[in-house]
Design a binder for this molecule. Structure first.
Ligand SMILES: *Cc1c(COP(=O)(O)O)cnc(C)c1O
Length: 394
């Protein structure tokens, strides 16, 4: 790859220069009041970005994967029953983590490319009222599928379930609509390197009061990831250990940028960029992994390549020949799809460059794609809507 080019992987995402600089901090005594002036606005910013007035934000020096562990270990005990849908690599890995923690997981299996089936969630909860938590991957990054979290909550309520709702929003939060309070989410999880446009290194979690209360009875072991220590640290204006000050400074600025643009604007921008990519895919005569339009993700498109063609070759070729990074297929769809990540700091011209590169790479490798077809289709989308791209342009 080349540092001259934007990346088109679904995280880590392109970093705006001001956010990158914000992370580059001189040494700061994290026990001085100055640290609190960075930390507290960052936590308040995250709450606004996810749409909560009541939720409590906990940020750990880790990544999204640790965010899953924060949710599980602070609320559950070994042997507890949880319900999860598996429809891609990330939901699969979260289930694997539950099993390794000795949780009793009921898995609803969906084809890769399908979303969460709320009716199946309701049925499973009715069948087993002892289920303590429902795990939902909002945006399955492996397949480019967004699931309806409000529908999952309705299913839980319809079943009369008292379970907690954990939502992996790693590749949706700060890019696609997310309503923590309105959807009745109990723990939301994300990381710094996707919608927040920062380097990797922060596990960002949000707890409802119900989830936070569960910590007292939760028997799974945790120390570094204990939200009670974190809460005590925050109350004193600090961390229970040495915080990643630069990343938190970046998070503070990132939230400010997102909120200045307005979350509706951020979501509309991602939708607009994604529509251009989808128009290109259609013009190429290819299909998305996501099986129907309501499942199309506005942050990542997983694109099926023709039968017999190894999609990984395309990703490798784009990287070596053009210095551009696309996402490979993961797990069950390895070699069958390549992914264009379109979240974070991206403009229409940047997206066009990615579409053009994918087009060149496909033609180089002998796929029957008409020259300029994808870019022409995307251009029409980008010219048409007239959505202002001011923020992403810095
Ligand atoms: C990226 C991603 C993760 C993993 O996050 P890390 O920060 O790499 O640990 C988990 N879930 C989803 C949906 C993701 O996109």
């Amino acid at each position: 790859m080349s540092f001259q080019n934007p990346v088109f992987i679904p995280g880590p995402t392109n970093m705006p220069e001001d956010l990158r600089r914000a992370c580059d901090m001189p040494t700061l005594d994290h026990r001085s009041p100055l640290f609190g002036e960075i930390l507290h606005p960052a936590l308040e910013g995250v709450a606004k970005v996810v749409g909560t007035k009541k939720g409590e934000v906990f940020v750990f020096p880790a990544t999204g994967t640790a965010g899953w562990e924060v949710a599980l270990t602070n609320t559950l005990s070994p042997g507890d029953k949880v319900l999860a849908t598996r429809n891609g690599m990330f939901s699969h890995r979260w289930i694997d983590m539950c099993e390794r923690h000795g949780l009793d997981v009921t898995v609803i299996r969906r084809e890769w490319g399908e979303g969460i089936d709320a009716a199946a969630v309701e049925e499973a909860l009715r069948a087993d009222p002892a289920i303590k938590a429902v795990l939902a991957t909002h945006n399955e990054t492996a397949t480019g599928v967004v699931s309806d979290i409000a529908a999952v909550r309705r299913a839980m309520d319809a079943a009369g379930s008292d379970a907690l709702l954990f939502v992996d929003g790693v590749s949706s939060i700060a890019s696609m609509p997310f309503h923590f309070d309105d959807w009745g989410v109990d723990v939301a999880i994300t990381g710094s390197q996707k919608g927040f446009m920062l380097p990797p290194g922060l596990a960002i979690t949000v707890f409802s009061a119900k989830a936070a209360d569960a910590v007292e009875g939760a028997g799974l072991p945790r120390t570094f990831l204990d939200i009670r220590d974190m809460r005590k640290g925050y109350a004193a204006g600090g961390f229970p250990y040495t915080p990643p000050v630069g990343l938190l400074n970046g998070l503070n600025l990132s939230c400010r940028r997102l909120l200045d643009e307005g979350m509706k604007g951020v979501w509309a921008r991602h939708h607009h960029i994604a529509e251009g990519v989808r128009a290109a895919v259609e013009a190429w005569g290819l299909e998305l992994c996501a099986v129907s339009p309501e499942l199309y993700s506005d942050t990542v498109s997983a694109i099926r390549t023709p039968e017999g063609f190894d999609a990984n070759r395309l990703v490798a070729h784009a990287a070596t020949r053009y210095g551009v990074a696309f996402g490979t297929g993961l797990g069950e769809v390895a070699g069958k799809v390549f992914r264009i990540g379109h979240l974070g700091s991206l403009t229409e011209p940047m997206a066009l460059a990615g579409i053009a590169t994918a087009e060149m790479a496909m033609r180089d490798l002998g796929l029957e794609v008409e020259s300029g077809s994808g870019t022409a289709a995307a251009e029409e989308v980008y010219r048409g809507a007239g959505a202002p791209m001011a923020m992403a342009a810095e």
